[in-house]
Design a binder for this molecule. Structure first.
Ligand SMILES: Nc1ncnc2c1ncn2[C@@H]1O[C@H](COP(=O)(O)OP(=O)(O)OP(=O)(O)O)[C@@H](O)[C@H]1O
Ligand SMILES: [Mg+2]
Length: 592
């Protein structure tokens, strides 16, 4: 892994390296050029002055003593150039020197040192020279007369003198370089900051976006590449923010659509992971109590899990009815989820078809029941008519009994047919109801009067009571007196049939300002709470053996409910098994 070195550090480092290198190279080149220049300059001035002097001092080398004027020139020259000046004759003998170098007079130079100059050329040399211990700049100028070289003028300057000047200049260069280095590096730091600052801000923004925060923007204050990058990042943030908001909106829309539909929806991945479930599905499958994040496919009924697997593996649409709970039937439509031709999971649509299923069963039962109920009296009639016809029965009394049975069965048959017709009319809404203002007290009284003899015969007490704000006032409702009597008759008839001798039946009326409740309570066998909701359905008989309740067809309560609902009212039933049952209805009260 690459070591973490920030761009800023790298920029500054490269700045320093470049400036140090270039200043170093420049410095070295410059100082070498400089020292070269100084030495050459010194040599040049030595040569030119020497040549000028050489013309004046020809006397000396010719053996004559130096004139005062010539000596002055020599001294001046020595002072001016800070050099020792020696005059040498053809044989290499030092014949005269500048004042500071008198000790050298009379010395004879080595032939190698003056051979060249005696040829008439100017000689310049740098470095050690025979007589001196320190390095010298040596310039030798020939002294000529016509074409003849008479002697030479040797001038010596210690290298150190020049070197000192060079050193001073070099120091200056060095300080200037140092200054340049500091200044340029400061500029480098500033520049790198101007680059890394915006980069830092952009990095922060990008990290924030990665965390899902899009509200921030980077400041763009330059028009360069960094500025462009900043603008691009801002644009990116804006677009991302917008796209995300769009996505969110789409998701919300989808969510509200899916949660808005009545069907349950479940989505699962191919590896049986629950991906999504709407609240309806949770309700239908009764898993609402399990927190969403804890919910697994395994919490669902086995047939449903199998369906999910099957659809995911085959990629085929499947429909299945499952009954996860008693009396509940769910129709599950399973469709594969495809992504690029591949099945990646399945969606299950759950529809509660319990009610439809129940209605369908009821319709089927109804037909079977009607057929059965019609056949029973007919069989009975045939059974009693045949012996009468073929003369097997001769006895008048028996004949009479048989005929009475046939008549009763015929009556029962016609009652059954009337009931079925009534029911059909009630359900199609074509039952004619003659609305009239009627007094409920009167109605109750009438029914009580009708059943009084039968109750007395069965040893059952039949009573009525009225609970009302005002004693004796009329309790009026708008309704069909005959139809309402039919309802009450059925209630009392049922009560009489399910109450043992010694029991009691109470018909009560409760009137409030706006409503009238009429109910028939008995102290009979009562009805199982589980069966209570179904007593209102046609052909429903709580006691399943049809023989036992021979008289009943199971249509009475269904017709009663139809009548009350056609009156805009409501029926109800309550019961405590073994203690009795109460059946009743509520109607709107009409004012006087
Ligand atoms: N007071 C009651 N006590 C106990 N069970 C009752 C009572 N009233 C009704 N039931 C039950 O409800 C069933 C349906 O009653 P419903 O009046 O519809 O039919 P039915 O009396 O059997 O026949 P129908 O009234 O057509 O002659 C009855 O078979 C009975 O099992
Ligand atoms: Mg009945």
């Amino acid at each position: 892994m690459a070591a973490k070195v920030s761009i800023r550090t790298r920029l500054i480092a490269s700045y320093i390296i470049v400036t140090v290198l270039s200043l170093g190279v420049l410095g070295v080149m410059f100082s070498s050029m400089l020292s070269d220049y100084f030495f050459t300059q010194q040599e040049k001035s030595l040569v030119s002055r020497g040549q000028a002097v050489a013309e004046i001092v020809t006397d000396v080398v010719q053996g004559r003593p130096l004139t005062l004027q010539a000596r002055m020139v020599l001294e001046n020259l020595s002072d001016f150039l800070q050099a020792q000046v020696w005059l040498i004759d053809r044989s290499g003998l030092v014949v005269a020197t500048s004042s500071g170098a008198m000790e050298w007079e009379g010395l004879r130079l080595d032939a190698r040192e003056f051979a060249e100059v005696m040829n008439g050329t100017v000689v310049t040399r740098r470095g050690r020279s025979g007589q001196f211990k320190t390095p010298m700049v040596t310039v030798a100028v020939p002294i000529t007369m016509g074409n003849q070289v008479l002697g030479a003028l040797f001038m010596y300057t210690p290298v150190s003198a020049v070197r000192q000047t060079v050193d001073q200049v070099q120091n200056l260069v060095f300080i200037a370089s140092l200054f340049a280095l500091v200044v340029s590096n400061l500029a480098g730091v500033g520049l790198s900051r101007s680059i890394t600052g915006p980069l830092r801000a952009m990095t922060d923004l990008a990290q924030e976006m990665a965390r899902g925060v899009f509200g921030r923007r980077v400041p763009v204050d330059t028009k360069d590449e960094l500025g462009e990058l900043g603008e691009a990042i801002n644009l990116l943030a804006e677009n991302l923010e917008r796209s995300l908001a769009d996505l969110q909106e789409e998701r919300d829309k989808f969510q509200s659509i899916v949660s808005g539909i009545d069907e349950g929806v479940i989505a699962a991945s191919k590896d049986s992971q629950l991906l999504w479930i709407n609240s309806q599905a949770r309700e239908l499958l009764r898993v609402g109590h399990i927190p969403l994040d804890k919910l697994k496919l395994g919490d669902f009924p086995v047939p449903l899990v199998d369906l999910v697997r099957k659809v995911s593996t085959t990629g085929q649409v499947e429909v299945l009815d499952i009954s996860p709970f008693p009396m509940v039937v769910l129709r599950a439509y399973g469709s594969p989820i495809r992504r690029r031709e591949e099945t990646v999971g399945s969606v299950i649509l759950l529809q509660d078809v319990s009610e439809a299923r129940r209605l369908e069963n009821m319709r089927r039962d109804f037909l079977a029941n009607v057929t059965h109920e019609l056949r029973t009296p007919l069989t009975s009639i045939r059974g009693f008519v045949e012996p009468l016809l073929d003369g097997t029965v001769t006895d008048e009394k028996t004949k009479e009994r048989y005929l009475a049975i046939v008549r009763d069965e015929a009556v029962r048959l016609s009652r059954l047919i009337d009931d079925i017709l009534d029911l059909a009319k009630l359900e199609s809404g074509s039952m004619s109801i003659n609305f009239d203002l009627l007094d409920v007290r009167e109605l109750v009284q009438r029914v009580q009067n009708v059943f009084a003899p039968q109750a007395a015969k069965q040893g059952i007490e039949l009573r009525s009571e009225v609970i009302s704000a005002q004693e004796g006032e009329e309790i009026l409702v708008l309704g069909d007196s005959d139809r309402l009597q039919q309802v009450l008759t059925n209630f009392v008839d049922n009560a009489l049939r399910h109450t043992e001798p010694g029991g009691a039946i109470t018909i009560s009326v409760e009137a409030s300002e706006t409503r009238v409740i009429v109910k028939v309570s008995d102290t009979g066998s009562g009805i199982d709470p589980e069966e209570l909701p179904y007593v209102w359905e046609r052909f429903y008989k709580a006691d399943k053996s049809r023989e036992k309740g021979k008289k009943g067809t199971g249509l009475g309560l269904a017709i009663s409910r139809g009548i009350i609902e056609n009156h805009g009212g409501e029926v109800f039933a309550t019961s405590k098994p073994g203690e009795g049952a109460t059946f009743g209805f509520v109607l709107a009260r009409t004012g006087m």
